[in-house]
Design a protein around this ligand. Structure first.
Ligand SMILES: [Zn+2]
Length: 693
């Protein structure tokens, strides 16, 4: 019994304890052949050793992502029956590479057709190659597209189908993986005797069957591997992201070193963080390969360890995300298309970042979402969705007008201004700043923007509050939103800015666009007294040395707001939720469906409802933003829902969802806030109701 076979049986038996890497296996088994070709006295052998990718944990320590042992099925190309026939297209390329001076091979496409007439499968194999040719006296580059046809012979096809049945995957999928893997041979990144992974994370039984019956499955081998596991499935999937096999481009870029680390460089079949935290902190999470230089005898028995650099486990990440708050936020927006964010107002620590619909990252390798799905489950709407904000923008405008001493004391709203309407209250009415915010009067803000602040004044304050720019949260693919300005319009259309456009911006409508995270951040600045924090998701990293470190932080910006003026805004936002005529009073006051929020929870909420039109036949965007408790703000929140209909107001759907999240806010975020006993009683009732007793 060979060393590998014993080891493989051990892995199969004690899979949970032993983690032997694919690479280790490659080197010992495959390169073993390679070494046997050498003369007997070759004495030095280099071996790579592997360690696991770092785990990701929630603030409370719960594991959100970790590596667990798994099995891949691989094909060793030159051990497959009739392998020269199967591998012909790649071999041809391999020869070409030497003969024709191919500079680069890209974009390998494999199309596997049905069974061919002569048995086996018909596979068409295309690739783009850049050839270096002599034209005249100059060396020029020319690009050519090559296609080859291969018929997989009957014997190889029979084995392929047997394995496909075992791993419950179509044989065509296995073939496609195989040819894509073979293309790396053409690039010189892999030898023909090295296994190409064709089926990932297969079940234990399938792996055991192939491992114990090598004669039945010639050319196929089992490779031990690490599988990324997300035990809470879709919980926080957008913030966490997912891992995927490294692409050819990434491999090309990082096969020598990754961010300067040779030990973290990529080999074919390695996994890389594709989105979310998995991508943003990929370098930290990624383990460092170890290397052993051994002196071996003719039978490859180790005589002496010349050098041993141990592999290093990737750093573990501790997120600010709170599992309970995240669950509450996800449950609230379940069934809607939208996003919900809960943030510590003073620090910018994100307690929940929910985007709906969600996906299960465990399923992604096998079941990638339908790219034509209009609900785009992979999209993290909290940072990638860009929406008009609607009247919540008035908060920024009101603060700007107060700070610049340009807020009109009172205006008369007649329901229209420059052809732009206000239909949010009865007219005519004299409205001051407080009333204009509470009743969401448009005319007050049309006039403030046009006659007092001016568009440049409005834009200045929107910029100060972080609109139209990325928040700098440690996630990839964040979108900046869009803040329209006269300078932009002149540059893009060669046209001047009109007063009517100032009206549109004044009430937060198109073309102004924001992300929900930008909104949560500016609301946090209103809550915390005027500091624009940088939202963050990672509390600490713990490296292999066990020492925790904190990711670098940008200092927050102080907006220098006058406390007395900001207090006026706080009071209005309180009245929105708790006073007669407030647009969110229905959600927070007593009704048939629920009790009065302040009486139930012992504290009050400050908020602003908002509805934005997306134009065309598309439905409205409903927002509810705010902070709590009103008197001593701890958390800022944002709920955004994409509606299919146009006649839905932000208060109708988003505000009650925000209430649901706040009702479930754990007591640890409300320390010192009066009303603890009330909340505990409420939570007991809630638990009884939800358990159905
Ligand atoms: Zn009005």
């Amino acid at each position: 019994m060979s060393r590998f076979r014993i080891r493989a049986i051990l892995i199969l038996a004690f899979g949970g304890f032993l983690m032997v890497s694919t690479r280790l296996f490659y080197l010992q088994v495959v390169r073993g052949e390679h070494y046997r070709d050498y003369v007997e006295n070759v004495r030095v052998e280099t071996k790579w050793t592997e360690a696991g990718r770092g785990a990701i944990r929630a603030a409370g320590g719960e594991l959100l992502a970790y590596d667990e042992p798994g099995f891949h099925i691989a094909i060793v190309p030159n051990a497959l029956p009739d392998w020269p026939l199967v591998c012909k297209p790649v071999l041809k390329l391999y020869e070409l590479r030497r003969r024709e001076r191919i500079a680069a091979v890209r974009d390998v496409t494999v199309v596997v057709k049905d069974r061919a007439a002569g048995g086996g499968y018909e596979v068409s194999f295309g690739l783009a190659a850049t050839f270096l040719r002599l034209a005249g006296t100059e060396l020029v580059e020319s690009e050519e597209q090559g296609t080859a046809m291969v018929v997989v012979p009957r014997r190889a096809a029979a084995v392929l189908e047997a394995v496909a049945a075992l791993v419950k995957a179509p044989a065509t999928e296995l073939l496609k993986e195989f040819f894509e893997g073979l293309a790396l041979v053409g690039r010189g990144w892999r030898r023909l005797g090295e296994p190409c992974v064709v089926a990932r994370d297969v079940g234990f039984l399938a792996a055991a069957e192939i491992e114990t019956n090598p004669d039945r499955y010639p050319g196929f081998v089992v490779a031990a591997s690490a599988r990324r596991n997300y035990p809470y499935e879709s919980l926080a999937c957008h913030a966490l992201g997912y891992v995927q096999r490294v692409s050819a481009a990434e491999l090309e870029r990082w096969r020598e070193s990754y961010n300067g680390s040779e030990a973290k460089r990529f080999l074919p079949d390695d996994l890389i963080g594709r989105t979310g935290i998995e991508r943003a902190f990929d370098f930290d999470l990624r383990p460092a390969r170890g290397v052993q230089t051994l002196e071996v005898d003719a039978a490859r028995r180790t005589q002496r360890v010349l050098e041993d650099v141990p592999a290093e486990h990737g750093a573990d990440l501790y997120l600010s995300l709170d599992r309970e708050v995240q669950s509450a936020a996800e449950a609230a927006i379940e069934g809607h298309i939208g996003a919900a964010i809960v943030m510590e107002a003073a620090s910018g620590r994100i307690l929940a970042m929910a985007s709906s619909p969600r996906y299960n990252p465990n399923d992604l390798p096998r079941k990638p979402p339908d790219p034509n799905d209009k609900t785009a489950p992979l999209l993290n709407r909290a940072i990638q969705g860009q929406y008009p904000l609607g009247s919540a923008f008035k908060l920024i405008e009101a603060i700007g007008a107060l700070e610049d001493n340009k807020a009109p004391a009172s205006i008369e709203c007649t329901g229209a201004y420059l052809g732009h309407l206000c239909e949010n209250h009865s007219v005519p009415m004299h409205v001051d700043l407080e009333n204009a915010l509470k009743r969401s009067c448009n005319v007050y803000f049309y006039r403030t923007a046009n006659e007092f602040l001016g568009i440049n004044g409005v834009v200045k304050w929107a910029e100060r509050f972080g609109l139209g720019q990325r928040t700098g949260v440690s996630l990839p693919h964040e979108r900046p939103g869009f803040l329209p300005t006269p300078a932009w319009k002149l540059k893009k259309y060669g046209e001047p800015w009109y007063a009517g456009e100032t009206c549109n911006v004044a009430i937060g409508q198109y073309p102004l666009e924001v992300t929900p995270l930008q909104v949560c951040r500016f609301v946090a600045a209103i809550a915390n007294g005027g500091r624009l924090v940088r939202p963050r998701l990672v509390d600490k990293l713990v490296g292999a040395d066990g020492r925790p470190r904190t990711p670098e932080e940008d200092p927050s910006e102080t907006l220098r707001l006058t406390p007395a003026k900001l207090d006026r805004i706080h009071k209005v936002m309180r009245s929105v939720c708790h006073e007669l005529g407030g647009t969110a009073r229905k959600a927070f006051g007593r009704s048939e469906a629920h009790g009065d929020f302040a009486q139930e929870q012992g504290y009050e909420v400050a908020g602003k409802t908002s509805t934005a039109e997306r134009g065309g036949a598309r439905g409205n965007i409903g927002w509810f933003v705010g902070f709590a408790p009103c008197s001593s703000p701890r958390i800022a929140f944002t709920v955004m829902i994409e509606h299919e209909e146009q006649r839905i107001h932000g208060a109708d759907v988003a505000a009650p969802l925000a209430r649901r999240i706040l009702e479930r806010l754990p007591e640890r975020y409300l320390e010192g806030v009066p009303g603890r006993e009330l909340r505990e009683r409420f939570r007991e009732r809630l638990a009884r109701r939800e358990s159905g007793t």
